[in-house]
Ligand binder design. Structure first.
Ligand code: C2E
Ligand code: CA
Ligand code: CA
Ligand code: CA
Length: 277
């Protein structure tokens, strides 16, 4: 047994070893990220193009590990695998609500959108905790949007549906993120407990000149509207894309054209100036 163990070790390629060490290093770093205050939140506005107003702000988690920015596409999946997502998600939610309560004093119609992982929705007291946090920060439930991806519904158990329904019963809304990238989107949409769909940026990026015919985009929007859902298009980078989606009666838009995700204080100033102008 000892010899076999040794052999196995020898077959372990140095690159694999390095990858493992790096991953372990990243994991132990992530464990300390919340206590060390390394998790911050950037906000990106969601605008109503027609009204020229910021209607919502999406909270996006950031991890600054000793001056090094680790992208959420790396640390969020890691946090989901290691069970740290609950702690990180709660931190994002709390920070987001404190910021929102400041923005609300200027415009009470604004709401906060927070990304939530399937893992968090498995917690039986998820909805309760969210509502308690909201109350503590003076944010009303209708000012909250929980963004989930379609994948959370794949092996949806009753408890997940219960958590989302409990939130919706209080007036909070649920948005289906990355809409169109899953397999069952269009067919199952009417069965899902959601209020809004967010059209994934891969579809928005198909609009280049604004003169093309993209039946897929109009189908997605018409389908959502016919079910009584509102539609947000994400990843809007050009005026042609904004105009195209607005012509299709998309309800709100989000993307670099309007604003990058920014720290709350910086965005707060920008929003304030925009209002005065
Ligand atoms: P998402 O929820 O789909 O968020 C939109 C992503 O697109 C963000 O990337 C945003 O910075 C980026 N984006 C915004 N406008 C544009 C644009 O015009 N063009 C392009 N190319 N990209 C744009 P980010 O911040 O790197 O986040 C990546 C993903 O990480 C998010 O995708 C979300 O799935 C996840 N994530 C971020 N924060 C959290 C969190 O607090 N909790 C959970 N569970 N997931 C999070
Ligand atoms: Ca999102
Ligand atoms: Ca998205
Ligand atoms: Ca995404």
């Amino acid at each position: 047994a000892k010899a076999a163990g040794k052999n196995r070790f020898l077959r372990f390629h140095p690159d694999m070893m390095q990858a493992l060490v790096q991953r372990t290093h990243m994991e132990s770093g992530l464990q300390l990220a919340v206590p060390r205050g390394e998790i911050t939140v950037d906000f990106q506005p969601i605008v109503s193009h027609r009204m020229g107003q910021v209607v919502q702000l999406e909270a996006l988690a950031r991890w600054d590990r000793g001056g090094e920015r680790i992208p959420p596409s790396i640390f969020i999946p890691l946090a989901e695998r290691t069970g740290l997502i609950g702690e990180i998600g709660a931190e994002v939610m709390a920070t987001g609500m404190v910021q929102l309560s400041q923005w609300l004093s200027e415009d009470p119609s604004r709401s906060l959108a927070v990304n939530v992982s399937g893992v968090q929705l498995q917690e039986p007291d998820f909805a309760e905790n969210v509502l308690r946090l909201a109350e503590a920060s003076g944010v009303a439930p209708y000012q909250l949007v929980v963004e989930v991806t379609e994948s959370v519904f794949f092996d949806a158990d009753c408890s997940l549906i219960q958590q989302l329904s409990a939130l919706r019963d209080t007036g909070a809304r649920v948005a289906l993120d990355d809409f169109g990238t899953g397999y069952s989107s269009l067919g199952r949409l009417q069965d899902l407990p959601v209020d809004t769909v967010k059209i994934d940026k891969t579809f928005v990026s198909m609009v280049r000149t604004g003169n093309e015919r993209l039946p897929i985009l109009s189908s997605m929007i018409n389908m959502a509207h016919s079910l009584g859902l509102t539609v947000t298009a994400e990843g809007i980078e050009t005026a042609a894309q904004a105009d195209y989606l607005t012509a299709l009666e998309c309800d709100s838009l989000q993307g670099y054209l309007f604003s990058l995700p920014e720290p709350g204080d910086r965005l707060h100033q920008a929003l304030h100036h925009a209002e005065e102008a």
